[in-house]
Design a protein around this ligand. Structure first.
Ligand SMILES: [Zn+2]
Length: 233
């Protein structure tokens, strides 16, 4: 398994800037932390930039395509009106692997307390993917808009080194869960049972079937089950 991590912007292109921090630096820091976490789990990692380099779009695309990675993760911060906040992930409209990875990363980052906005795809006027980094590359790419740098509370989180570590950790968990889910799809003995409770609406997301369940998750499932019984009475 090989992952290409693309820290958005860099060098002459600072990306968004707000409340004294620059997007290019936040993106690179999360990317480097993510690289360490993935390599610790024996996943090969290639970065499109390792320092504050300026990368033309064509060069960025080249580096992703030449990496021969299975997936690419492009790391960004979002921007907008000051009240907008939360995490978004973007995937290619024809990539089911990209969609799964985007949803998994969205879930993990929102578990940190960042507002869960959406995993989505966006097309341009020619009905192609809007983002060049998704459109021009040959592998599934997920663009992670970690949080809104233009929102005071999201910005505060992004500016904290320990919180950036948590974001990197959440992206790594999102990647591991997706890989595990892909591997278990054909083979796991418990998959029919899990699909059964998912069809009944007791769980909404996919989970690695050998992962432990927390009290929170157990309570959620039991509560939904009780609700079902109440409706039947
Ligand atoms: Zn950006």
């Amino acid at each position: 398994m090989k992952i290409c991590i693309d820290p958005g912007h860099g060098g002459d292109d600072p990306g968004l800037q707000a409340f004294g921090i620059m997007e290019k630096n936040i993106n690179l820091d999360i990317a480097v932390k993510l690289k360490q976490l993935l390599e610790h789990e024996r996943i090969d990692v290639v970065l499109t930039r390792e320092k504050d380099d300026t990368l033309e779009p064509a060069e960025r695309i080249n580096r992703i395509n030449q990496s021969e990675a299975d997936y690419a993760i492009s790391i960004h911060c979002n921007g907008g009106p000051v009240s907008e906040k939360g995490v978004e992930t973007v995937y290619g409209h024809s990539s089911s692997a990209g969609k799964e990875l985007a949803e998994s990363i969205l879930k993990e980052i929102s578990n940190l307390g960042i507002v869960r906005r959406r995993a989505y795809n966006k097309l341009n006027a020619k009905r192609k993917d809007y983002s060049f980094i998704i459109r021009e590359t040959g592998i599934p790419v997920v663009l992670v808009e970690t949080a809104f740098i233009t929102n005071p509370s999201d910005n505060h989180l992004l500016s904290q080194n320990p919180f950036r570590k948590k974001i990197a950790n959440a992206i790594a968990t999102g990647i591991f869960n997706t890989i595990e889910i892909c591997q278990q799809k054909s083979s796991h003995w418990a998959l029919p049972f899990f699909n059964g409770i998912r069809e009944e609406g007791l769980v909404h997301d996919e989970y690695p079937l050998d992962k432990q369940v927390s009290w929170g998750e157990l309570s959620m499932i039991l509560f939904r089950l009780l609700e079902k019984f109440k409706r039947k009475e």
